[in-house]
Design a protein around this ligand. Structure first.
Ligand SMILES: [Zn+2]
Length: 182
């Protein structure tokens, strides 16, 4: 992505964040779990092997058992959350922190190792890992799975505005300004 595309990308993610902030919008991990399922399976959870919706939960609530083909799978399979013990809410807050820092071009202050440690109450090692993986995920189209989870507001770019142009960036800037005011 060139500079213009990168700036449009981060500001689009910023505009799509919940108006009241991620930690108020998703106050519990349960709500984050539901949001993740909604993003991954907009039409309801289906078996990753055969597509059946005849599923039962295993003892670990992240895992499903398919009654048709008997395979077992985790909804988090193949996502940035696979093999992570960090609560989803912290991932979501980290995404918000990263988006705000990138959009404001204040990475070294707002998304530093210590800033992430303080914001999420996590150890230095976790902060380092998040800083190495979260921005990469968010740079995927639509912000990847994590970006889509925290993009709760729909952005309606006017038809007159051609995506990816300087006009698009101007429109985002004024939309963000309006959002701050109200
Ligand atoms: Zn199946």
């Amino acid at each position: 992505m060139d500079d213009l595309a990168t700036e449009i990308h981060w500001k689009s993610l910023l505009l799509a964040l919940p108006k009241n902030g991620v930690s108020r919008h998703f106050s519990t991990d349960e709500e984050c779990e539901l949001r993740l399922l909604e993003v991954l399976f907009p039409d309801g959870v289906i078996c990753l092997d055969c597509g059946s919706n005849q599923l039962s939960h295993l003892a670990d609530r992240h895992f499903y058992h398919c009654k048709e083909c008997r395979s077992q799978f985790s909804a988090r399979q193949g996502t940035i959350f696979e093999r992570s013990n960090l609560p989803l809410l912290k991932w979501f807050i980290c995404a918000e922190t990263a988006i705000k820092a990138h959009a404001a071009k204040k990475l070294h202050v707002s998304f530093s190792i210590s800033a992430v440690m303080m914001r999420l109450s996590v150890a230095r090692k976790t902060s380092q890992r998040l800083r190495a993986t979260v921005p990469q995920e968010l740079l995927a189209p639509d912000g990847g799975v994590l970006g889509r989870c925290v993009s709760t507001q729909k952005i309606d770019l006017p038809n007159s505005c051609e995506p990816g142009t300087a006009g698009h960036l101007l429109w985002l800037d004024s939309a963000l300004e309006r959002q701050v005011r109200f």
